[in-house]
Design a protein around this ligand. Structure first.
Ligand code: ADP
Ligand code: MG
Length: 233
């Protein structure tokens, strides 16, 4: 169901002349669709970042917020594993310096403070718009499986629960989700829910031309979206 809260996020981006949503905006839309996302607090100063870190609790992650930066780690715009207030201040300064060095033309609107998720199996859910068939949804297990082996599954949106199970079970890497080398199995039911909710979100919002939930950390305890990118029509 379309809601005014979601519409407002899209109009803000359009008003500011952006063709994509900032990470915290994309995560807000995800959370309105009850997709599990990290806690995020956008900040504009070191003091605000300290306050945000106290609210969220250490360890935390810092990420650059800029209307010109889509791939944050390419410009040194992501620092993970920040454990205390001293590290937070030095990381805050470092992130600003990195971005100024590597992309001097980028406007820095702030720094996003977010909870640090323990490392587990990284999965990817994406969506692209096919000119003939319309919106599609993609699933894969992160890292080399997607990047080198192109081991991913696709369906047209909207998908059924049966489609979602097929998507998860038809990739070659699905065995990794069942647990390897002593790792406990990933909770597949929570992946199915993410696929179904993502499908519903993209289906209801043709404004979304491209979506990238990459990575999503998945473990036996559940699942959480760590980065979200939404490109607009
Ligand atoms: P990019 O815009 O470059 O895709 P990401 O937000 O995906 O930036 O961050 C880069 C990497 O940092 C991720 O692939 C993930 O491994 C790690 N990371 C990002 N956010 C978190 C987080 N909240 N907790 C743990 N690891 C994270
Ligand atoms: Mg990412």
């Amino acid at each position: 169901m379309r809601t005014r809260e979601v519409d407002e996020v899209f109009s803000k981006a359009v008003d500011e002349g952006r063709n994509f949503l900032l990470e915290h905006e994309a995560k807000k839309i995800c959370s309105l669709y009850e997709l599990p996302v990290t806690k995020v607090i956008p900040t504009k100063s070191e003091e605000e970042a300290l306050e945000a870190a106290r609210t969220i609790g250490f360890p935390i992650v810092l990420k650059i917020i800029s209307p010109q930066i889509l791939h944050k780690s390419d410009v040194g715009g992501v620092i993970v594993g920040i454990n205390d207030e001293n590290e937070l201040i030095s990381s805050y300064r470092k992130i600003i310096r990195n971005v100024k060095d590597r992309m001097p033309e980028a406007e820095i609107t702030g720094v996003l403070v977010q909870e640090m998720v323990p490392h587990s199996t990284e999965i990817i859910v994406g969506s692209t718009y096919d000119p003939t068939f319309g919106p599609t949804i993609m699933f894969g297990v992160g890292g080399i499986f997607v990047e080198i082996l192109e081991d991913v599954s696709f369906r047209l949106i909207p998908i059924t629960e049966e489609d979602a199970w097929e998507m998860v079970n038809e990739i070659k890497a699905h065995k990794i989700l069942d647990g390897v080398r002593g790792n406990p199995p990933v909770d597949k039911k929570s992946i199915i829910e993410v696929l179904l909710k993502t499908s519903a979100m993209v289906n209801e919002y043709p404004e979304i031309r491209e979506l990238d939930l990459n990575p999503i950390m998945a473990s036996s305890d559940g699942i959480i979206i760590v980065d979200a990118r939404i490109i607009l029509q």
